[in-house]
Ligand binder design. Structure first.
Ligand code: DAH
Length: 338
């Protein structure tokens, strides 16, 4: 029996030393209920009384030996697995990381906010209105009756005969005067539409910002002072403004307003095309017909208005020569301005 026990011990040890030994199968084979060691122990009854404790002790030793070996194998397999896991999952903290790209606001939104901040600082209130507008607000109430030639320059998209996509933000002048009694100081930014073919300086959708002030005793001097302050804040303290006579049906007198070129300061450069001046907006004193149409007595009140194209300001500010770049959402372009 002793030899059998020795044999079991040696065999089990040999099996357990194999590379991919199946520990559970080996345990069952030798130590299980029907295992080889158990079989040997069953035969203990045939031993003499002297031999029995000796063989019993030996059998226990063999069992403990095999159990130990199995435990050791298990522990070393677990630590090998952990070592492999650690190696596989090693993070090289010195590797350069993928840059996290954070978006930025679109230049049109940035400039719109800048404009809003300037006028809020001057005491203006922001109002917003519909892009789908009545002919009445977009044209008639602005002193542009049917068949007026000014309609041709602002050909827009018609939904019905008297509902259209607004071609300018000026209808907000009328809506503001209908809703509030003077004194009134508002700006109104937003989208406008014209049925223009897309090219470097035209788009069927673009953005304007309208301004309107109505109170007792408002003069052209107030208009000039306001626009000069605005121009200095927007384009720098040295900026000068210039008024050129113009015609808009809803203002009288009307002007186109230029700012001195903020690149060359007025000497003439590629941005201002050698002019020294850059046109930025239209403005004028609110026409008495417009005030009257809104129930405001032009003998008591007067006002000024102005309207500017936000794209135009963005393009001048960043020296962009093609308006389409602002709508194509090419991040390579937007990143340069963001
Ligand atoms: N609405 C005019 C346009 O789109 C711009 C404009 C000119 C607005 C003079 C005004 C203004 O308020 O007084 O061409």
């Amino acid at each position: 029996m002793k030899e059998m026990l020795e044999k079991i011990k040696a065999e089990a040890a040999a099996k357990l030393s194999e590379e991919n030994a199946d520990l559970e199968a080996i345990r069952v084979q030798y130590l299980g209920k029907k295992g080889e060691l158990t079989q040997v122990l069953r035969g203990m009854g045939q031993l003499s009384a002297e031999e029995r404790p000796i063989v019993g002790q030996m059998a226990n030793d063999v069992r403990a030996y095999i159990e130990n070996l199995i435990e050791e194998k298990k522990a070393s397999a677990a630590s090998a697995a952990m070592a492999k896991k650690l190696l596989d999952e090693t993070v090289d903290v010195t590797m350069p990381v993928e840059p996290v790209t954070v978006g930025s606001r679109h230049p049109l939104s940035q400039v719109q906010t800048e404009l809003e901040d300037i006028f809020i600082g001057l005491g203006f209130e922001i109002v917003e209105g519909p892009e789908v507008e009545y002919d009445y607000y977009n044209f008639q109430a602005l002193n542009i009756p049917e068949n007026h030639p000014a309609r041709d320059t602002q050909d827009t998209f018609y939904i019905t005969d008297n509902i259209l996509l607004r071609s300018q933000t000026s209808p907000m002048q009328i809506r503001a005067m209908e809703q509030k009694k003077p004194p009134l100081r508002i700006i109104s930014p937003g989208r406008v539409y014209r049925s223009d073919a897309v090219d470097a300086t035209h788009s069927p959708l673009f953005h304007q910002l309208e301004g309107l002030v109505v109170d007792k005793g408002i003069t052209m001097g107030d208009l000039k002072g306001t626009l000069e302050l605005f121009a200095k804040k927007m384009f720098g303290d040295d900026t000068k403004i210039r008024f050129r006579p113009h015609h808009f049906p809803f203002t009288e007198p009307s002007a186109e307003v230029d700012v001195s070129c903020f690149v060359c300061g007025g000497k003439g450069c590629s941005l201002c095309k050698g002019e020294g001046w850059i046109e930025i907006l239209g403005a004028g004193m609110v026409h008495p017909n417009v005030l009257r149409g809104c129930g405001i007595d032009p003998e008591v009140y007067s006002g000024f208005a102005f309207g500017l194209g936000i794209e135009r300001i963005v393009m001048r500010k960043y020296n962009i020569d093609d308006m389409r770049l602002l709508y194509e959402n090419d991040v390579r372009f937007l990143k340069q301005l963001g």
